[in-house]
Design a protein around this ligand. Structure first.
Ligand code: ADP
Ligand code: MG
Length: 401
């Protein structure tokens, strides 16, 4: 069942009204309070523009920032984020130092039409993460309707992402949220085939449910990253000092026997004595990893084999880097996957990148615009791929049929 979006709102529901918009402005900042990556903020701009274009009077934005512990902490104030937002839009932007309460509500009702208000960090309130009903009701007073555009936090049932939607209607998806749900949802529900998934990253433990959920759907599941080492152990190979999760080896064994040919492991590895010994990096077959070496990337033969499968696919979903891409020369596997996906996109395939580190890697290689979709939600996109219901999405109004 689809969720209502801001495009489904009637004029009467929007015109002259205050839109309460949950955005994901949880952005990295430097010591001086300058935003160092505003991707998430720019991703929300189409929703803000669309609301004004539909005649909304005032936009009231809620977001969390970081993980303040039990109360207000100036290090996590959204004030610098409001200043940055002012540089991204021609609309007047005002920061409101409270999040809810009399003053906050007053700010929303007295603001000049066309103003964007950014309220202080929702996590300064202890009820936020507890999804406190009274706090959610207070948040509902800040607007006349609710828009959730924070896909990246939709897997958390917090007062500003889930609770508030029970107190304020209409409650609809913003454009970014809608795009995320459509790309990830369609890829899983009606994939054009061949449909392949590529999983990497540090740990098998965080990804096991994704593997389980994807295996029956995909034509091939390519495994890279440190995760591959746990699978190597499962098939009886030595992995030297590589990152392995010993308590997951049995699970990996079960997956290997269940998946058959669908699960594709690397056939070679780039190894080195340590991460800072990049000059000693060399490629070995996967059954030749030395006792005092660790695998930090997939090897060149694997890059070629993975690239070939990717280029031949019609739908590609990727989560998790193939190696320690932050530390060259161990970025080659990740680069090979990203470049092959860019070629697949150009050939008409649907290519989707999910996961914080994978998205950062693609961005760093300037390949983001050559993917069909790069998800802004790390944990949320993983839970979506697992087939879980995202509480922040479930709470929104259903589209009438
Ligand atoms: P994402 O954020 O895209 O979901 P993860 O957080 O699961 O990805 O994993 C990313 C991390 O995995 C990166 O920091 C990368 O350095 C690390 N990693 C990948 N391959 C290896 C490896 N072979 N050994 C150690 N760490 C690895
Ligand atoms: Mg990560």
């Amino acid at each position: 069942m689809g969720k209502r979006t801001i495009n489904d709102l009637t004029d009467a529901e929007v015109r002259g009204r205050r839109a309460l918009v949950r955005v994901d402005f949880n952005v990295p900042m430097d010591d001086r309070g300058a935003v160092t990556d505003d991707t998430r903020m720019r991703a929300a701009l189409p929703t803000l523009d669309a609301l004004f274009a539909r005649g909304a009077r005032t936009l009231v934005l809620l977001s969390h920032l970081g993980r303040p512990k039990g109360g207000p902490d100036p290090r996590y104030s959204l004030a610098p984020v409001a200043r940055h937002l002012a540089t991204l839009t021609t609309r007047p932007v005002r920061f409101v130092a409270s999040t809810v309460g009399r003053e906050a509500v007053e700010a929303t009702t007295t603001a000049a039409p066309g103003t964007i208000l950014l309220m202080e960090n929702t996590r300064f309130l202890t009820g936020e993460e507890k999804n406190d009903g009274a706090l959610a009701a207070q948040m509902a007073e800040l607007g006349d309707f609710y828009v959730n555009d924070a896909f990246g936090t939709a897997h958390r049932a917090h007062a500003s992402t889930e609770g508030v939607a029970h107190h304020l209607h209409p409650a609809v998806a913003g454009l970014l949220m809608d795009t995320e749900l459509r790309f990830l949802g369609d890829a899983l529900a009606h994939p054009e085939r061949p449909f392949i998934a590529i999983l990497g990253g540090a740990k098998i433990s965080g990804t096991i449910d994704v593997i389980d959920a994807l295996l029956p759907k995909v034509d091939a599941l390519l495994i890279g990253g440190a995760m591959a080492c746990t699978f190597f152990r499962a098939i009886g190979l030595e992995t030297g000092t590589s990152l392995v999760e010993p308590d997951r080896i049995d699970m990996a064994k079960a997956l290997v026997s269940r998946a058959g040919d669908t699960l594709v492991l690397p056939n070679d590895a780039v190894v080195a004595p340590s991460l800072d010994a990049g000059r000693e990096a060399h490629a070995v077959a996967r059954d030749a990893i030395g006792a005092s070496e660790a695998m930090f990337d997939v090897g060149p033969r694997t890059c070629g084999a993975f690239a070939q499968r990717i280029i031949g696919a019609r739908t590609v979903v990727w989560n998790g880097p193939m190696g320690v891409f932050e530390t060259p020369p161990f970025d080659r596997g990740t680069r090979a996957v990203a470049e092959a996906m860019a070629r697949a996109t150009a050939a008409g395939a649907t290519t989707i990148v999910g996961g914080g580190d994978s998205a950062a890697a693609v961005d760093g290689m300037h390949l983001a615009s050559r993917m069909t979709h790069v998800s802004t939600g790390g944990g949320a996109s993983l839970e979506f791929l697992e087939g879980k219901v995202l509480p922040g999405v479930a709470a929104l109004d259903d589209q009438s049929t």
